[in-house]
Design a protein around this ligand. Sequence first.
Ligand code: NAD
Length: 264
Amino acid sequence: KGTLMQGKRGLIMGVANNRSIAWAIAQAVAAQGGEVAFTYQGEALEKRVRPLANSIGADFLLPCDVSDDGAMDAAFDALGEKWGKIDFLVHAIGFADKNFLRGRYIDTPRAVFQQAMDISCYSFAAAGQRAAALMKDGGSLLTLSYLGAERVVPHYNVMGVAKAALEASVRYMAVDLGARQIRVNAISAGPIKTLAASGIGDFSYIMKWNKYNSPLERNIELEEVGGAGLYMLSDLSKGVTGEVHHVDCGYHIVGMKNPAAPDL
Ligand code: NAD
C-alpha cells in the first residue's frame, strides 16, 4: 500500500456503482492511504454505494441531491461536524434528459438546458464553495469533463455546452481559490461505458471511433482515470491548477489519422 494520500481526507460525489469513474478514483485514493467520505444521489443508490465504500474501509456516507441547496448544506454541515477539515473534493456528476442526448442540440428545450446546466455545471461551484470552507490547509477540487466541451461530438448536445461551462468554471474557481492554495482541475476522460454514458445516443459507435482513431488505438480503462485522479488530488500535482487534463488515449490531439484503419 502506498502513502501518497496518507493524512488526507476528502469527499467523493458521484459513485453510482462499480463502473463509476468516481469509484475508480476512490479506490486509487484509498490504496494510497487517503480517507474518503461519499455522497450518493438517493435511497436506491445507497444500496450500491455502501458495500463499495465498506470494501475500502469507508463508512461515512451522506445522501445528497446536488440540485437541492438544502441537501448540499446538510451534507457539508455533516462533513464539517465529523471531520472539521478536508483536503479534497471529487465532483463526478452529470445529468441531462436522455431524450435530448440524440438528434440536434438546437432543439433543446429551456427546461432541459437549465437542468443540465444546474446539475452538470453549477453543482461544481455549489460543492466547491462548501468544500473550500472546510479546506484549512489548501486542497484540491476535481471535476470530470469530456471532449464534447471543446468540439462537436454527435448526440452529446446540451451536455457538451454544460461541460464547456464546467471547464470555464474550473478556471474561474482556480483563480477564486488560488491564494488559499486550493487547486481546481478537471479530467477530460475518453468514453467509458458507465450508467451516465448509457443515456448518450450511439455510444458504442463513439467508443469504436475513439478506439480506431486515438494514438494508443484503444479506449481508456477506469483505473487509468483513477490514476490521473490520484495525481490531481495528491501533492504530485501541487503546482497544477485551472487545468483540463485529457485522459483519453490521446484522442483529442488527432485531426485525422491512419487511412489504413479497419472499417468501422
Ligand atoms: P455514473 O453514472 O457512474 O456517474 C454519474 C453520477 O452522477 C451518478 O452517481 C449519479 O447519481 C450522479 N448524479 C446525477 N444527477 C445527480 C444529482 N442531481 N445529484 C447527485 N448526483 C447526481 O457515470 P460516470 O461516467 O462515472 O460519470 C461521472 C462523470 O464523468 C460525469 O460528470 C460524466 O459526465 C463524466 N464523464 C464520463 C465519461 C464517460 O464516457 N463515461 C467521459 C467523460 C466524462
